[in-house]
Write a protein that binds this ligand. Structure first.
Ligand SMILES: *Cc1c(COP(=O)(O)O)cnc(C)c1O
Length: 475
């Protein structure tokens, strides 16, 4: 386009970049519309209610040949999301680790979007980079890591775990940076439990070692990595010429919220010279609770830790954290130097210490939450969730249900009483009714109904209603 668009009044006008007064009007419009939609959380269903066919034809008809009034597009988009998704922000959502975000995190997102700092180099966005560093150090301290530990924000737990694996490969073999897996004489091996997150399989593929490098250790009958079997696996691998690299323990398994034996894993890592990583993507939030923190004992001995702020810390999507005891390893893994970048200072520039290059100011979400609420607000949130999940499990056991897991976190896995329909059928009925969202999990070889509390607005009334509903389906 050679000529700038002309507005009705004459001067250059482009709807993508509205003038200040127009921007203010639109901003108020979006705020009011969003607040109306969020105000429905208590009353609308959890499951999608949209006529999907209509949405599809609307979407198909959009070829972007014409412009539209921004208000119309905002209305369409809010309406579409309002009816076209599983409402993870609803108090009846008792599903995976998807939170209702804290309002400070939402505000942080908004502020970051407006200023859009480029946080890949310190010199472009010193305040953003310093805030993230300060936060990572505060979280590392809260997790019990020593002074001098570091890390960075990531897109999520998968990126953080992948970072851990690259660090472990680098620590095992300095030639890894140049030669990749060719630096290893035997196949690199990483040890996880059967209950670990399957992100590890993707990570093995992405990193180039391949899925055969992943050794899944059987659990001990209660969802935890079996330390004896772990030792056997490492010794077997050594005998057959493989190269053990890393033990990745999970603190807060996805199915059942169980914690692998962290002390035993650290012991084996020391004995065989391996990297010890703790994947606490969801469960890491226990560090906020004075009452429950001790359950994570041993996490402070990890070489690296994953904690997702977008799970129990209730940040908006895409906020992971990677914590590392020896941050000086990171530039060995990720360091590059190019003439067009303003700097490549290993001590402060995020792009030479992490996967990402251009970097959104992710930490602002957690920063706003912690600055406004302090650790105490998180402590309240975490303990509230745990109390509710326990009360729910206790209530159902009085009606003959079996509480299958004994997690210190806010997950209850339950088996219905004898003679009840299959758990798949029960869960499908609940989801169809649309007041609650729960899931089927497989725990130690048996299907269970899994409920997880991550929303601060969930209260006992929501869970009591679910108890009544489940009993009515079963009896
Ligand atoms: C969620 C989760 C992951 C994956 O993290 P993403 O943020 O979804 O990339 C890995 N491990 C555990 C234990 C998790 O709970």
């Amino acid at each position: 386009m050679t000529e700038r668009l002309k507005g009705p009044a004459g001067p250059a006008f482009n709807p993508l970049f509205p003038a200040h007064d127009r921007r203010e009007v639109l901003d108020r419009y979006v705020g009011a519309s969003l607040n109306r939609a969020m105000g429905k959380n208590g009353t609308r269903g959890v499951t999608p209610s949209a006529e999907y066919g209509r949405f599809r034809s609307d979407l198909q008809a959009m070829d972007f040949a014409d412009s539209q009034a921004p208000e119309a597009v905002v209305d369409w988009m809010i309406g579409a999301l309002d009816t076209g998704m599983v409402h993870t922000t609803s108090p009846g959502y008792l599903g995976l680790f998807n939170p209702k975000p804290t309002f400070p995190a939402e505000i942080g997102d908004r502020i970051a979007a407006a200023f859009n700092p480029q946080a890949c180099v310190w010199s472009h966005a010193p305040i953003a980079v310093d805030i993230e560093k300060h936060l990572i150090e505060a979280v590392a301290k809260q997790a019990g890591l020593p002074l001098g530990s570091g890390g960075h924000f990531t897109s999520g737990g998968s990126e953080a775990n992948a970072t851990a694996f690259l660090c472990a490969l680098m620590a095992a073999e300095r030639g890894f940076a140049e030669d990749g897996t060719a630096a290893f004489s035997g196949r690199p091996r990483i040890y996880i439990s059967d209950e670990s997150h399957l992100a590890w399989l993707k990570i093995a593929k992405q990193s180039g070692v391949g899925q055969l490098s992943v050794c899944r250790i059987q659990t001990d009958g209660s969802g935890r990595m079996d330390a004896d079997r772990l030792r056997d696996a490492i010794e077997n691998d050594l005998r057959s010429g493989k190269r053990p690299i890393m033990i990745a323990a999970t603190a807060g398994t996805t199915n059942a919220g169980m914690i692998d034996p962290l002390h035993a894993c650290r012991g084996l890592a020391d004995e065989f010279g391996l990297w010890f990583h703790v994947d606490a993507a969801w469960g890491g939030a226990l560090i906020c609770s004075t009452q429950h923190r001790h359950e994570l004992a041993g996490i402070d001995s990890a070489d690296s830790i994953t904690i997702d702020a977008h799970k129990w810390f209730a940040s908006t999507m895409g906020t992971g954290m990677f914590l590392i005891r020896e941050p000086s390893l990171l530039p060995q893994v990720f360091g590059v130097s190019t003439s067009y970048m303003p700097s490549n200072d290993e001590a402060i520039d995020p792009y030479v210490n992490s996967f990402q290059w251009s970097r959104r100011f992710l930490g602002i979400r957690l920063f706003m939450s912690l600055a406004i609420g302090g650790w105490a607000a998180y402590e309240d949130h975490i303990e509230h969730s745990i109390r509710l999940a326990n009360r729910f499990a206790n209530e159902l056991t009085q009606y003959g249900w079996v509480h299958a897991n004994s997690s210190p976190m806010a997950i209850a896995c339950l088996r219905p009483p004898p003679g009840a329909p299959d758990v798949e059928e029960i869960v499908a009925k609940v989801i169809e009714l649309g007041t609650h969202w729960i899931s089927v999990a497989n725990y130690e070889g048996q299907p269970v109904i899994r409920i997880c509390v991550t929303n601060y607005e969930t209260d006992w009334a929501h869970l009591a209603a679910l108890v009544t509903l489940l009993r009515s389906i079963v009896e």
